[in-house]
Design a protein around this ligand. Structure first.
Ligand SMILES: [Zn+2]
Length: 207
């Protein structure tokens, strides 16, 4: 697989650039898109440019269906099968990476540098985690080589996907937990009060 040079660098810079440069980034990304297609020996087509341009704008993890809907809403005239075909072509040459989403669906990722994912188990939101290195290689490569050395097997490089709660959802959970805790305390207190009353007046119910 070819290594991506300028396009990925451009996309990385775009992600960390201030918001005021959005317009400039847009033009840069159009130029990028065409030069990336050329660099990878892919014929230019409008759908291909649009799909790749969309994915290169920032970190995206999208299904073919959501990409199709987003592009439709932007007024692009594409069919779902065109989206599938082009995503598969872009994945074949290593411009996007296919991975499994939280419910097993195929998602496409414009970040092809070594990284892993953390997926919110409630919203499905996906965040990239840069691959930590062990002995100068990525964690996945390290594990693969370790497993091969240990077993003599030919081992596939693992792809990590961790699940968790996005900060927004974690806040909601913390709030709900605090609410439940307060409610339980009130219930416990009133149960205790009721028990104390019964104790003071054991025949209260009959009287
Ligand atoms: Zn990713």
């Amino acid at each position: 697989m070819k290594s991506r040079t300028s396009p990925k660098r451009g996309a990385t810079e775009a992600r960390s650039a201030p918001v005021s440069n959005v317009e400039a980034e847009h033009h840069e990304s159009c130029d990028d898109t065409r030069s990336v297609l050329k660099e990878y020996g892919l014929r230019y087509s409008r759908p291909r440019e649009v799909i790749l341009g969309y994915l290169l704008q920032k970190d995206r993890h999208v299904s073919a269906e959501s990409l199709y809907v987003d592009l439709k809403q932007r007024g692009e005239d594409l069919s779902l099968s065109t989206v599938y075909l082009n995503l598969s072509t872009l994945a074949d040459v290593g411009l996007v990476r296919e991975f499994k989403g939280p419910s097993g669906q195929a998602l496409y990722d414009s970040n092809v540098t070594p990284h892993y994912h953390v997926v919110c188990r409630e919203t499905g939101e996906v965040r990239d985690i840069p691959a930590p290195e062990i002995n100068g290689v990525s964690l996945a490569r390290f594990l693969k080589e370790y497993a091969e050395a240990t077993t003599g097997w030919q081992v596939d490089e693992p792809r990590f996907s961790l699940t968790g709660l996005a900060p927004r959802r974690a806040k909601v959970h913390a709030k709900n937990q605090a609410k439940n805790h307060a409610k339980n305390q009130v219930e416990t207190r009133s149960e205790r009060a009721a028990a104390a009353t019964d104790h003071d007046n054991p025949h209260g119910a009959e009287s």
